[in-house]
Design a binder for this molecule. Structure first.
Ligand code: B16
Ligand code: MG
Length: 227
């Protein structure tokens, strides 16, 4: 485990707030396929490197970035139409998703935290988050779900995490955020929460802990039934 501190991030905190895409499941590749299809129809290329810029970013902001890449101007009506179509393509991919797509260690770690009496919330920019949790069969592991439908301001605004703490009935300082994107790490710090950065150190700013994935927290003591 690559960590700035080897201490258990949930040793003292009573609440854990998880981002969805990139932490619990890799939906970024489905977003990529849908955005790439839109870019293709608009006549320009959209690469995997471009897609990195959309991680953790709201749907509306993602379209703005995509159109800037292609140098395409469009009015609100046209943008709404494209957002709708992109989401339909994305949902077609989500419909084929199975429980096997939960990232390694995620289910086991959520269950471990529940056993330890911790409260668990989702704090995601995705408006499709409840549907995805259902498809993964893990909706019941969350005490609160705060997604893109519940907040007015997208990350890096702290609203999503502050609302999650509120729904858990905990002060922000009692919550730790698990995030894979810079926008989310900034949002968590603005909310007054410490962050476990998921991924590679260079891309995770000043997260207090850094691990490659939630599997880093799976201990030998965890029984096979929890995984
Ligand atoms: P939707 P997260 C984010 O999820 C994705 O990382 C980002 O790429 C996406 O644009 C955003 O959700 C909105 O998703 O189109 O489903 O509402 O990382 O915040 O869980
Ligand atoms: Mg994410």
């Amino acid at each position: 485990m690559e960590a700035r501190s080897m201490l258990d991030p949930m040793h003292l905190a009573r609440g854990a707030i998880f981002d969805l895409d990139g932490v619990i499941v890799d939906t970024a590749r489905y977003h990529y396929l849908a955005w790439r299809r839109l870019a293709c129809e608009l006549g320009f290329a959209f690469t995997l490197a471009d897609n990195e810029r959309l991680k953790g970013v709201s749907r509306v902001r993602s379209l703005e970035i995509l159109l800037a890449i292609g140098g395409v101007a469009a009015d609100e009506v046209q943008r709404s139409e494209w957002l709708k179509r992109k989401n339909e393509w994305y949902l077609a991919h989500i419909a084929t998703m199975t429980e096997a797509e939960i990232l390694p260690g995620a289910r086991g770690y959520l269950r471990q935290l529940r056993q330890r009496g911790r409260k668990i919330a989702l704090g995601s920019a995705s408006k499709n988050a409840p549907l995805i949790l259902d498809r993964l069969g893990i909706a019941g592991l969350f005490d609160a779900v705060v997604d893109g439908n519940k907040v007015a301001q997208a990350k890096p605004d702290p609203e999503v995490f502050l609302r999650a703490a509120d729904e858990l009935g905990l002060p922000p300082s009692d919550c730790v955020v698990f995030e894979d994107a810079m926008a989310g790490i900034v949002a968590a710090h603005r909310a007054g929460m410490k962050v476990v950065g998921i991924g590679e150190a260079g891309a995770l700013g000043d997260a207090e802990w850094i691990v490659p994935g939630l599997h880093a927290f799976v201990t030998p003591e965890m029984s096979a039934s929890m995984l």
